[in-house]
Design a protein around this ligand. Structure first.
Ligand code: ASP
Length: 364
């Protein structure tokens, strides 16, 4: 049962308020849910409105009302961090979320709570993979952090949000989820934040792995664990929320290659002040001959260049000798959008230092 006296269906009005689901069992683990918006709290005009909906006033509180069964799995505390469509995500909301996660866990001031067993973040699916990856690299905890959302709005026939939320809470409450980094869990599949990628704009099975495959599966009432991330994350990185909050957020642009590419977008990114450019090249991070000079000029001017690929799976390798000589860093298995996040963190922490960038891409 919710303890809030009345329903305030508005993100701003709920910010700073805490919602609790009461349960009889003090023995159940405590899970903190942090709401940031997305389709999971969106409304359409009728149950058949499966696209073209908006956030109209639902929030983390309404999510709790929709899933009273949560009380069988955890003691829930919920906070509204933001209430936006995640297509409009920003670095400052990442910092805000990072602070809320630190506050909810036992790993950061000012109001650390050792009692929290795990954290669930509800988020729009559009940029969930970027926020989850940022959190994977910055959250200094072994406790489970599980991102979830929905592809169908809360008002839809067969809305997928309620079960996704319930499963995310079950995962976060499972001690076996600990030490696996940030997880992305929707539609019964549990992925590492490093590997999770939105692969469908409309299907409920919207997330797939880039290369590694699921770390776990939900099979009915069971959680089947299958793997752990291989690369360093969280406490093993130098990136931290308090430090980042005090640093300038560097501009990093993604430039997408295509037939007839001519380097104009690379030059535009440099003119806009990009400190690094992620080049989403063709194939193995290839560069159009008419863009080559623009990228070389950018590198000469100190802009860091990351060679990623517009191909959605697999790994980009070092490639041509001249690219290596110019210091271009291959993105490996990171998608352009994930490479961008890592480049932002590296430039914020170290400045435009090519060796720091190369090391980060080989480690994380
Ligand atoms: N537009 C939504 C978002 O906030 C999509 C979703 O959540 O599924 O990302």
């Amino acid at each position: 049962m919710l303890n809030s006296p009345q329903t305030a269906y508005n993100g701003a009005a709920t910010q700073g308020r805490i919602f609790l689901i009461m349960t009889d069992s003090a023995k159940l683990p405590k899970i903190v849910i942090l709401g940031t918006g997305g389709t999971i709290v969106s409304s359409g005009d009728d149950p058949l409105k499966l696209t073209g909906y908006r956030i109209k006033g639902l929030n983390v509180e309404t999510l709790l009302c929709a899933v009273p069964e949560l009380q069988h799995f955890a003691r829930i505390e919920a906070h509204q961090v933001a209430n936006i469509d995640s297509s409009s995500m920003t670095f400052s909301i990442w910092l805000e979320l990072g602070r809320a996660i630190e506050k909810a866990g036992d790993f950061g001031p000012p109001a650390a709570d050792p009692d929290t067993a795990g954290i669930v973040v509800t988020h729009g699916t559009d940029t969930m993979e970027e926020t989850a990856w940022f959190t994977h690299l910055t959250a200094k905890t072994q406790k489970p952090i599980v991102f979830t959302g929905a592809m169908r709005p809360a008002t839809a026939l067969s809305a997928d949000g309620p079960l996704n939320l319930l499963n995310a809470v079950r995962i976060a409450a499972d001690p076996k989820a600990a030490g696996r980094g940030v997880l992305v869990a929707l539609n019964d599949v549990i992925l590492s934040a490093r590997d999770a990628m939105k692969i469908s704009p409309t299907n409920a099975a919207a997330f797939g792995p880039n290369v590694q495959g699921p770390l776990g599966l939900i099979a009915g009432a069971e959680i089947l664990w299958l793997g752990r991330p291989e690369r360093a994350f969280g406490s093993e990185t130098p990136f931290s929320i308090p430090k980042l909050a005090a640093l300038e957020i560097p501009r990093v642009d993604i430039v997408y290659s295509h037939a007839d590419d001519d380097g104009v977008m690379v030059r535009a990114a440099c003119a806009a002040g990009a400190r690094a450019i992620v080049h989403a090249g063709t194939g193995n991070g290839s560069i159009h001959c008419c863009t080559d000079e623009a990228l070389a000029d950018a590198a000469d001017a100190g802009v860091l260049i990351i060679r990623a690929s517009r191909v959605t799976t697999g790994a980009v390798t070092t490639g041509l000798a001249e690219w290596q000589e110019r210091g271009y860093v291959p993105a490996g298995t990171l998608t352009p959008q994930k490479a961008r996040v890592l480049a932002q963190l590296v430039v914020a922490e170290y400045g435009q230092v090519q060796s720091a960038l190369a090391e980060a891409f080989s480690k994380y």
